[in-house]
Design a protein around this ligand. Structure first.
Ligand SMILES: CC(=O)N[C@H]1[C@@H](OP(=O)(O)OP(=O)(O)OC[C@H]2O[C@@H](n3ccc(=O)[nH]c3=O)[C@H](O)[C@@H]2O)O[C@H](CO)[C@@H](O)[C@@H]1O[C@H](C)C(=O)N[C@@H](C)C(=O)N[C@H](CCC(=O)O)C(=O)O
Ligand SMILES: Nc1ncnc2c1ncn2[C@@H]1O[C@H](COP(=O)(O)OP(=O)(O)OP(=O)(O)O)[C@@H](O)[C@H]1O
Ligand SMILES: N[C@H](CCC[C@H](N)C(=O)O)C(=O)O
Length: 491
């Protein structure tokens, strides 16, 4: 693509051109620039991308897109002035990759908890019907050729459009993607045309970034308003959990802008679970939808997974997929890494690794396990550093309310002292059933060693993560591997 063709498709304030070079790529990071690239300099919270214009030019950028007057320092490099760098990145990337979302059925899932699981279920249903489907989320991305690790739940817009483009090239017909609230605020899904948006729930998290629950809600709401604005050839549908008060509010706020489809246990829900049979090996529930009653079976455990399944089914139906086929696909959903993942199956006790890192998620998982198992519940949990501090006592309270033994430990302390985080957590405990063990490996060892027949050990907070981040450094660490090592010590 020539620079002139690209500029025709984006809004800009001013441009100083230097010929009409062929564009070879788009990036927001000077360290990723290769000859022929467009570098979009974004104003960050930590640094200003404009400071890296000289580095980008040195690495071979042929055009620089930035806010304010753009001095490229090289007359052979074009400078393009835009109003908003992050918005411009999405516009440039969508144009460069030829708007790949127009060629896919795209489901965007937002909410505090359940995005990853619901995205996996949606992807599984789509791949079952259409042979190949893509995925973007916390566990990485699948462009149709298999999973590859990623850094963010929702990557930066140029990476999103690049992935969607590869999905199209690899023969995917659909894509399920998680849309975090950070992504919505930072235009990371700019110019993505969603067929269906999904709102799961809104509970406390990320208030380090959004400051108030209302700001956090408005970020989630913007998925619906974004869809209404992006409306191309597609008529957008927003699938909303109306058991959640924020979902009820969102359904009312969006009803004039998009088609609203609701789900939940509430009597008014369009996709309504009427009863659920919860078991240790899976869940079955009755669902009323489309004027009929259906029986849904899934290996996913816990009442919260009924919501994830309802959301995926409502999304599948909104895309016109065969509904009975979608329901039967739910019976073969694979284990989602680190989401109530059973680590030891052949022991008299069971150990689960789970990514619950919010008070609501932890409460859901603990109540599920306690409800399903008569034995003791031993919980190992910590809270991340440099994140919303208020959730610390709340998570410890949930753990101590539901568990017989709680080991408060480190998660990813990041720049903070783990002892301080654990002390803040300890303020929330409601019973004297807890112990502080700062070293997560030791905490897991202690929990597994204490397990008796019929007990359940829950290792919460890090799920699939393969590292522990301490003072800017990431050390290899896997809860799953630590459980296996601790179990070997018992022999
Ligand atoms: C708070 C937040 O979302 N921050 C993201 C944001 O950072 P920022 O605005 O501070 O950017 P910055 O570091 O100041 O850099 C500004 C610009 O300079 C560029 N740069 C920087 C250095 C350099 O040498 N050259 C260069 O070009 C950067 O690439 C960037 O374009 O933009 C960066 C570039 O894309 C992201 O790496 C960074 O993610 C940080 C590390 C992060 O931890 N984000 C988490 C909180 C996050 O996004 N989480 C959500 C939610 C997950 C959930 O739901 O649980 C997610 O979607 O993952
Ligand atoms: N629908 C749900 N409602 C509440 N809690 C849930 C739900 N689904 C899963 N959980 C719990 O939340 C944890 C995180 O689930 P999941 O990874 O699916 O959510 P997420 O929104 O993708 O989180 P993140 O974006 O932080 O990765 C799970 O490990 C489980 O404990
Ligand atoms: N995307 C979330 C994940 C938190 C996972 C938890 N293990 C932690 O490190 O706090 C965040 O960055 O806040």
């Amino acid at each position: 693509m020539k620079l002139s063709e690209l500029l025709q498709q984006i809004d800009y304030v001013d441009a100083t051109l230097a010929g009409d070079p062929e564009i070879k790529g788009v990036t927001y990071d000077s360290r990723q620039v290769e000859p022929g690239f467009v570098f979009v300099a974004m104003q960050g919270a930590t640094v200003d991308g404009r400071d890296f214009i000289p580095a980008a030019v040195k690495a071979g950028a042929v055009a620089i897109v930035a806010e304010g007057v753009v001095e490229t320092g090289d007359s052979a490099v074009a400078g393009v002035q835009v109003k908003d760098g992050r918005k411009a990145l999405a516009d440039v990337a969508a144009a460069y990759y030829d708007n790949p979302s127009k060629h896919l059925r795209v489901v965007g899932i937002t909410g505090t908890n359940g995005k990853t699981t619901t995205a996996f279920v949606c992807k599984h249903v789509m791949a079952n019907a259409w042979h190949r489907a893509g995925l973007i989320g916390t566990l990485g991305a699948d462009d149709g050729t298999g999973m590859a690790a990623g850094e963010r739940t929702t990557p930066e817009s140029s990476d999103v459009h690049g992935l969607l483009s590869r999905m199209v090239d690899n023969g995917c017909r659909g894509a399920a993607m998680e849309v975090s609230s950070h992504a919505l605020v930072q235009h990371r899904v700019g110019k993505v045309e969603f067929d269906v948006g999904v709102f799961m729930n809104l509970t406390r998290d990320h208030l380090d970034f959004h400051k108030t629950m209302d700001d956090y809600y408005r970020a989630k709401l913007s998925l619906g308003t974004h869809m209404a604005r992006q409306r191309g050839s597609k008529k957008p549908v927003m699938v909303i959990n109306v058991d959640d008060v924020h979902g009820q509010k969102m359904a009312r706020a969006l009803e004039d802008e998009v088609t609203v489809v609701t789900f939940g246990f509430s009597a008014t829900a369009d996709f309504r679970a009427t009863s659920a049979d919860l078991g240790m090996r899976g869940t079955s529930f009755k669902m009323k939808a489309k004027g009929r009653e259906y029986l849904v079976r899934t290996p996913l455990i816990g009442r919260f997974n009924v919501y994830n399944c309802l959301a995926a089914l409502a999304a599948a139906d909104s895309m016109g997929m065969n509904f009975r086929e979608a329901i039967s696909a739910l019976a073969s959903v694979p284990q989602v890494s680190g989401r109530l993942e059973s680590v030891l199956d052949n022991r008299p006790y069971r150990v689960f690794v789970d990514y619950a890192h919010t008070p609501d998620a932890l409460e859901n998982v603990l109540s599920t396990l306690k409800g399903l198992n008569p034995g003791r519940l031993i919980t190992v949990v910590g809270c991340g550093g440099d994140r919303d501090r208020m959730k610390r006592p709340m998570m410890a309270r949930a753990a101590s309310q539901w568990s017989d033994i709680v080991l408060l430990t480190s998660d990813n302390p990041r720049s903070e002292e783990p002892e301080v985080i654990i002390d803040e957590m300890a303020r929330g405990v409601v019973q004297a059933n807890f112990k502080k063990i700062v070293d997560r490996r030791e905490a897991i060892k202690t929990a597994v060693a204490a397990a008796k027949p019929n007990d359940i050990v829950l290792i919460a907070g890090k799920g699939h993560e393969t590292y522990q981040e301490v003072k800017g450094e990431r050390f290899p660490f896997s809860d799953r591997a630590e459980v296996l090592a601790a179990d070997r010590l018992r022999e």
